[in-house]
Write a protein that binds this ligand. Structure first.
Ligand code: ZN
Ligand code: ZN
Ligand code: ZN
Length: 377
């Protein structure tokens, strides 16, 4: 359980942010938009390096082909904005408590057309903008520019690889701790500690789904006492250098049951087949179909109750989604989870999840712990 030593990756540069903002404008124009309104959250962090805390005070970056990048900020946060990595590229405009931020925004936006706006923009801000600028239409950025952040550059990949190594180290430690006779919450808090020990600056989730709780894919961790013979789903992750980790393994407490071994073998086969299918040009829905076919052929199609995966980057769930109907072809640099599962209500669940990245020639896994059914004590 020694902490993992890891060197800090090279910081993103002003040139990186300039290139990202330029591409965002080009993509927006191509999508028929007048521009983008970006509020605090992952899009703003990715585009500018600026990560203000979320408050009711309006902060918004405006990107459009008509003007240089412009960011409206509350006056009291102006200094913080001026210190972000991309400040030299952005003209900063402030508004003062007591004045309307939406009136200030009026000067920064065209008064017609469609703007893409951050998915996570607060409804109160969208309503405020709509009242001041009724001629503008708004579309969620993820809906109109789904692939904006989907292809990771080499320095982003370096961070995602570090996140994969850190989460793998936590798994290799957690299978050595005691499960039987302890509550799920106790195992979950030890797991959270291990994630931090191995380099996570933030722990986002530690699912410990024992026995019947494992049949709920988004069960967190509860008061249930883990018993010998239980099948336990462990799904955990967080942030390392600002980028996400997310892995799932299913373990058995003491001797495994025959049904667990059978179901686990099917899920492992489905996950392997889907990972092997990943390469440039194959579509997202193809990968979902490959995983689903293995499980359906084994007779458990109706028990695989979610999509096969989701993109990952500065957030844990983002495009590309590996799901039926998503015809986006895979491109080198994309990172996403491959996480088929089978859920038997009242009995147990099995899921196996790795993050993978698309390479020029195929695929690379960012999680590399054993996927075999691990026996824990
Ligand atoms: Zn999930
Ligand atoms: Zn997960
Ligand atoms: Zn996941």
């Amino acid at each position: 359980m020694r902490p993992t030593a890891r060197s800090t990756p090279v910081a993103f540069t002003t040139d990186d942010y300039a290139a990202r903002m330029k591409r965002a404008v080009e993509d927006a124009v191509r999508a028929g938009l007048s521009g983008l309104i970006v509020t605090p959250g992952p899009d703003l962090a990715w585009l500018t390096g600026y990560q203000p805390h979320l408050t009711e005070r309006l902060t918004m970056l405006v990107l459009s082909p008509d003007q240089e990048p412009t960011m409206l900020v509350p006056l009291l946060e102006r200094r913080d904005a001026e210190e972000s990595g991309s400040a030299s590229l952005i003209s900063i405009v402030d508004w003062m408590d007591g004045d309307s931020p939406y009136e200030a925004a009026r000067a920064l936006l065209r008064h017609d057309g469609q703007f893409g706006i951050s998915d996570s923009a607060w409804a109160m801000h969208i309503i405020g903008l709509q009242q001041i600028l009724p001629g503008i239409g708004y579309r969620a950025i993820t809906e109109c520019l789904p692939m904006l952040r989907a292809t990771k550059d080499p320095r982003e990949l370096e961070r995602l690889e570090a996140a994969g190594e850190a989460v793998d180290a936590a798994y290799n430690d957690v299978i050595g701790i005691r499960f039987a006779g302890r509550k799920e919450t106790e195992v979950a808090s030890e797991l959270a500690g291990l994630l931090r020990l191995h380099g996570h600056e933030q722990v986002d989730f530690t699912v410990v789904g024992s026995g019947p709780n494992g049949a709920n894919p988004h069960h967190g961790a509860g008061e249930r006492l883990i018993e010998p013979g239980d099948t336990v789903v462990l799904d955990f992750g967080g942030l390392v250098f600002g980028y996400g980790s997310d892995t799932t393994r299913t373990v058995s407490v003491g001797e495994s049951q025959a049904l667990t071994r059978k179901v686990h073998a099917i899920v492992m086969q489905a996950q392997q087949a889907a990972v092997e299918a990943v390469r440039p040009g194959v579509t997202c829905e193809d990968i979902d179909r490959v995983a689903r076919e293995v499980i359906t052929d084994a007779g458990y199609g109706e028990r695989f109750i979610h999509r096969t995966g989701h993109g990952i980057g500065m957030t844990t769930h983002e495009p590309p989604y590996i799901v039926k109907g998503e015809s986006q072809p895979l491109v080198p640099g994309m990172c996403f989870s491959v996480e088929p599962g089978i859920y038997l209500p009242g009995e147990f669940g099995v899921r196996i999840e790795d993050i993978v990245t698309v390479t020029e020639s195929g695929v690379k896994r960012l999680n590399n712990t054993s996927r075999a059914l691990q026996i824990v004590e």
